[in-house]
Structures are given as structure tokens and as C-alpha cells.
Design a protein around this ligand. Structure first.
Ligand code: MN
Length: 500
């Protein structure tokens, strides 16, 4: 379906008139700025910001984020000078909006390729998270919309974007508890990232979902009857099918054996409050036999990303396996939208209520941002992310708070050379977390490293080569020694030769 400003406004039933006026103003601004531009797909450029804005509205985000979605590419993808557009943004909207758009633009500009590109991206995402989480949400929506156009790119380019989505954006979305967005990003990227694996999976589950679905409908009816007979009120029971990519990941952990996957489809039960969650679980267990060791209480013990629910796997009357996920509405919203859940308008759409919700997310946002701007916390989060995304890297920081990533077992010398080659060459000592430490100490993530340098020190020690880890350090040490040897050698030569 064609997405226009009118289809966007139609979706904004929960928003105030002022909100809609603001969004229309942003649309006009974007329309003028992108006038005459085309997407690679051949569509008018405006279709992209409109698409992103639709995704943001579907997440029920505040009007200012929808506004920013419409404006997010005006600084980058126009023929006009950036400074001028920035000023116009500030004058037409306000400085917060201009800055928000600028930050999204900066986040998209990446210099490097390969591993370097990956790390640069990661660092930028973390800075954006600490500065303004709205930027990260906009970036996710931007990427999700771009994934829909991957077919028009050359294959290798499409694959690069898709893999980057799976390895970088999706894990961060997941870490922020945005389950819905994580699944959408992964599923849109999967066919382009790993086409053969995607085909394999598609064939493997051909017909299986449908078969499971039929069982599920039966189980749903029985579950409803059970809850009613036990007088447990529920707001909603619905089936959900597992996301494609997350199914694939799970299969890899289970020797590609589909029979071991119990949550291909699941029944999700939404109830009023926490006591009702347990009441529903009890009622279901009295009706269906639970599988041993498959009852999970993520309410008492939430997952690290904050996910809360009760899970249980049972046998239905035909001996088929069915998973139930029981949660409150609040838990459900949090599992789909993570920290962004607090930005959402209330379902009732009452304006006053919506304002309350906004106040709530402002507080929440301030808290999360404070946590993330705390350097120690940032490093710890990075550390957790590291486990998710890649192994064998550590993150340490300079006393000023710049984060340097290094391979595992790196030493202060590796650190010094990573900061600057002069710092390495003149290094005479190091302090780790304010304590003096030997130069061959193995650094750990979240260490704060201070290098003590003496400009009079002429050259690095060749002993360092015995313990340094990075290629960069090794090469610089060897190079410095060569230069020193040359200098020494040249100095030994008669003056005349030196001149030549
Ligand atoms: Mn964009």
C-alpha cells in the first residue's frame, strides 16, 4: 500500500490536534527539502521518511519522534548546504529538533569498512544511546525501512547491510528490550544475509507452522474454558509464531533438530496483574500436564534485558506440545518495545493519560541516560554486549573517558599505541585504575589506563615485543627501532654523507 501523509495521519487516532499540526509541518519541510530527489529504487525520496514515520507511529511513539522521522534525512540527502538546513530546522521547529536530526545524520555517517567499520558503528551507537535514546530508535526504524529496499542494491552490498543489521543493530535493540523491533530487523535481514540458510529453513518448516497452528486453535479454546472455570480473568489470548531468524538461531543450538523446538508457536495470555499471572499458570497446570523442567518464572527472576513473563510447556489432549506465555499488559508492552514502552501513548488514547505516560517516559529516559553516561556503566554495558556480539575484545578507557577496544590479553603498551604512536614510543610506565602497574599487565574490560610518558625517552624497548598483543604495537615498535638505528647509523657517518 502506498504510504502518504494522509495514511500517516489516519493512523494517528491517539494523538492531539497539536501533534498532527506538528507532523504536517514536518512533512511540508521534508517535501520542500527533498524536492526532485529519488531513491535508488526509483521512488520519490519522500517515500522513505514517510515509511520511517509510519513505523514510528505503529510503535505509538510521541509526536516529536514522528516529526524527527519525517525530517531525519534533510541534512544529509539534499543539495542544500547543511548549515543552512540546520538553521532552517531550528527556526521552523526548535533547537532540540535540529539537534535530534543532526544526531541521526551523524550516526549514519561511517568512515571505515570491515571490522573497523563495525567498531566505529558500535561506538557511535553507544554514544547516541548515552546522549539521546530517541536517536537510536530512529536509526532502527530507518534501517528497518531501508531493508525493504535491499532488492535494488547489488547482492554484495545488500548482504553487507543485512549482516550489519543482524550483528550490530538487532543485538542492541535486543539489549534495550525491544523484542518486536529485534524480530523485525532480523527477519527482514535474514534472507539477504544468509540466503542458503534461509532457503534451508523455509523448506524445513514447510507446512509445519500450519499444522502447529491447527493444534494451537484447539488448545486456545481449551485454555479459555479452563481460565473461565477457575474464574481467572484474562484480557487476551492469542497465538504467536516464532520469528524466523530466532527460530534459525535456536535450531543451530539444537543440532538443527526441529523436534527439539517447543515454542515454534505459542499461546500468549495477557492478564490484569501479577497475582493473576500465577493464578492462570495454576489453572492451566491443573488442566494440562506440564513438561518437567520447562516452567520458567521470569517474573520473579527477569531476564538480563528486563523481560518478564511466566512460561510453561504442556501436553495438549492429542499429546502435542504447547507453550504458554503469561504476562500483564505492562510486561507485554515492555517485552515488545523495551525502554521505549514508556514512550507509548496509553491504549485508551485519553489525552490526559497520554501526557502522564509522556511524563513517565521522560523520567525513565533520564534515568537510563544517566546510567549510560556514567562511564563505568557504559563500559559494563559494552562488556555485556561484547558477550552477545563478539568475543575476544576488551574495552578500556583513557582517564578522559575515551573508550579504546583491544584484543583480549592486551597490555598497557598495546593501549598506548592504540591511543597514539608517540604515546607508545615515549611510554615509561602505566597506572591501571589509579594503581601503578607493570607494562606487561593483561588489561581487563572497564580498566581505566593512564600512560606515563617521558618525551626524553628515545625509543621503545625491544623487550616489549615479547608481550604486546596488537599488530599495531608490534609494527610501531619495530619501525621506531629501525628509525633509531638509521638515526644512530647516520650520526656515525661523516658529516658530508649526512648532508647528502
Ligand atoms: Mn534514512
Amino acid at each position: 500500500m502506498l504510504q502518504t501523509i494522509e495514511t500517516l495521519i489516519l493512523k494517528m487516532t491517539n494523538y492531539s490536534t497539536e501533534d498532527i499540526v506538528l507532523v504536517r509541518k514536518a512533512y511540508e519541510f521534508a517535501k520542500n527539502t527533498h524536492d526532485g530527489q529519488m531513491r535508488v529504487s526509483g521512488q520519490p525520496y519522500l517515500s522513505h521518511p514517510l515509511g520511517v514515520a509510519h513505523l514510528i507511529v505503529e510503535m505509538n511513539m510521541p509526536a516529536r519522534i514522528i516529526t524527527a522521522a519525517l525530517l531525519h534525512d534533510v541534512l544529509e540527502d539534499t543539495s542544500l548546504p547543511q548549515q543552512q538546513v540546520y538553521k532552517e530546522l531550528r527556526d521552523t521547529f526548535d533547537s532540540d529538533m535540529a539537534r535530534l536530526v543532526e544526531r541521526v545524520t551523524k550516526l549514519s555517517r561511517v568512515r571505515y569498512r570491515g571490522m573497523e567499520r563495525y567498531l566505529e558503528n558500535l561506538r557511535k551507537m553507544f554514544i547516541a544511546m548515552a546522549e539521546d535514546l530517541r536517536v537510536v530508535v530512529l536509526k532502527f526504524a530507518d534501517r528497518l525501512h531501508n531493508l525493504q529496499d535491499l532488492n535494488v542494491l547489488p547482492k554484495h552490498k545488500a548482504q553487507r547491510v543485512a549482516i550489519e543489521t543482524i550483528e550490530l543493530y538487532a543485538p542492541i535493540a535486543k539489549r534495550l528490550g525491544m523484542g518486536e523491533l529485534t524480530g523485525q530487523l532480523e527477519d527482514a535481514a535474514f534472507p539477504h544475509a544468509y540466503p542458503k540458510e534461509y532457503e534451508w529453513l523455509k523448506n524445513l518448516i514447510k507446512g509445519k507452522y500450519e499444522e502447529k497452528e491447527r493444534h494451537l486453535q484447539k488448545a486456545k479454546k481449551q485454555a479459555q474454558e479452563t481460565l473461565i472455570s477457575y474464574d481467572v480473568g484474562y484480557l487476551d489470548i492469542s497465538g504467536r509464531t516464532k520469528n524466523f531468524y530466532s527460530l534459525y538461531q535456536k535450531l543451530l543450538r539444537y543440532n538443527r533438530n526441529l523436534l527439539k523446538i517447543y515454542d515454534l508457536v505459542a499461546l500468549r495470555i495477557i492478564v490484569q496483574d501479577v497475582p493473576d499471572c500465577y493464578a492462570a499458570l495454576g489453572a492451566l497446570h491443573s488442566r494440562f500436564a506440564p513438561l518437567k523442567g520447562r516452567i520458567k518464572d521470569y517474573i520473579a527472576q527477569p531476564k538480563p534485558n528486563g523481560y518478564r513473563s511466566l512460561h510453561t510447556t504442556v501436553f495438549d489432549d492429542d499429546g502435542e506440545i504447547v507453550e504458554f506465555q503469561i504476562r500483564t499488559k505492562e510486561m507485554h508492552d515492555e517485552s515488545e518495545y523495551g525502554i521505549a514502552a514508556h514512550w507509548r501513548y496509553s491504549e485508551t488514547g485519553k489525552k490526559k493519560n497520554a501526557k502522564n505516560q509522556q511524563a513517565k517516559w521522560m523520567t525513565e529516559l533520564a534515568r537510563v541516560q544517566k546510567d549510560l553516561s556514567d562511564r563505568k556503566m557504559l563500559l559494563e554495558t559494552l562488556e555485556e554486549l561484547k558477550i552477545d556480539i563478539f568475543q575476544n575484545r576488551i574495552f578500556v578507557s583513557t582517564p578522559r573517558g575515551d573508550i579504546i577496544d583491544l584484543p583480549e590479553d592486551s597490555t598497557p603498551i598495546d593501549f598506548a599505541y592504540a591511543v597514539h604512536s608517540d604515546l607508545g614510543n615515549h611510554c615509561i610506565g602505566a597506572q591501571i585504575n589509579d594503581e601503578p602497574a607493570p607494562l606487561d599487565t593483561k588489561l581487563k574490560s572497564s580498566d581505566v589506563v593512564r600512560i606515563i610518558a617521558d618525551p626524553k625517552r628515545r625509543s621503545p624497548s625491544s623487550d616489549w615485543l615479547k608481550f604486546v598483543k596488537t599488530r599495531q604495537a608490534k609494527e610501531r615498535i619495530k619501525a621506531a627501532q629501525k628509525t633509531n638505528f638509521t638515526k644512530w647509523f647516520v650520526n656515525k657517518l661523516p658529516q658530508k654523507k649526512k648532508k647528502a
